[in-house]
Write a protein that binds this ligand. Structure first.
Ligand code: ZN
Length: 246
């Protein structure tokens, strides 16, 4: 009897062990299991994810205007700011990982406004902004994409590191408003000068930035200038523009 038990438990163990490698591969259904909060109020897809007409669309376009945009999960605001192509955009680094243990990062583009700041932590379902038509956008829509490479710029995204966003909501009732999809080719890149306005200065705080800018023989500053290939004049120019925007 004892021997039988032992054999039985060994069989179970072998079976369990044999299952483990299978779970290491991403299955489409795994994304639905994360239970992500839906990003806005509409399920109308005006442009789906994937290859169409030789252009790869990195996410989905949802036909929606001035409706709330919600955080998909608990996570951190990797970036909230403005760029000419993406308009007002927010990037959320989710605490959730894909089935291979890779961090998931979600981007929301063309927002009318955002109500979070870079570095904020967010909870599942938190309102992060309002959808809109800012940046290089042909009409009100939310471009939403997800990648597993911790990327924030559209130019770093491709079919190998993005995931079709519809997989996260397997029970959603999607609809398409048009059979002739328009693809937005401008999917948002962080431009260095904008990054300095929105990210660096906001991040360190204006007082700290001013002190830093004015400090002579500041190794942090010279390192920064070297790193971004900026002159002292650039730094003053950036600072003055930042002040005039406030
Ligand atoms: Zn799009």
């Amino acid at each position: 009897m004892k021997m039988m038990k032992k054999i039985f438990s060994l069989t179970v163990l072998t079976f369990v062990l044999a299952m483990i490698p299978l779970t290491a591969f991403a299955k489409d259904s795994d994304y639905g299991d994360l239970g992500w909060y839906y990003v806005t109020t509409s399920y109308k897809i005006t442009s789906p994810y994937g290859d169409r007409g030789g252009v790869f669309h990195k996410g989905i376009d949802i036909g929606v205007d001035k409706e709330p945009a919600y955080s998909i999960s608990k996570g951190k605001v990797k970036y909230a700011g403005y760029s000419e192509t993406a308009g007002n955009w927010v990037v959320i680094e989710s605490e959730d990982k894909d089935p291979n243990g890779k961090k998931l990062t979600a981007r929301y583009l063309h927002l009318n406004s955002y109500s979070v700041s870079t570095g904020d932590t967010v909870k599942r379902g938190d309102k992060i902004g309002v959808t809109g038509n800012t940046g290089n956008s042909t009409g009100p829509h939310l471009h939403f994409d997800v990648n597993n490479a911790n990327k924030m710029n559209g130019s770093d995204l491709n079919k190998n590191n993005t995931i079709n966003p519809v997989l996260f909501w397997p029970n959603a009732k999607w609809s398409s408003v048009s059979s002739h999809f328009e693809i937005d080719h401008h999917e948002g890149d962080l431009i260095l000068e904008e990054a300095i306005f929105d990210f660096l200065i906001e991040y360190v705080g204006i007082d700290a930035f001013e002190e830093w800018k004015n400090a002579t023989d500041n190794p942090v500053q010279s390192e920064f200038l070297n790193h971004f290939d900026l002159s002292e004049n650039d730094m003053h120019h950036i600072y003055n523009e930042f002040i005039s925007e406030k």
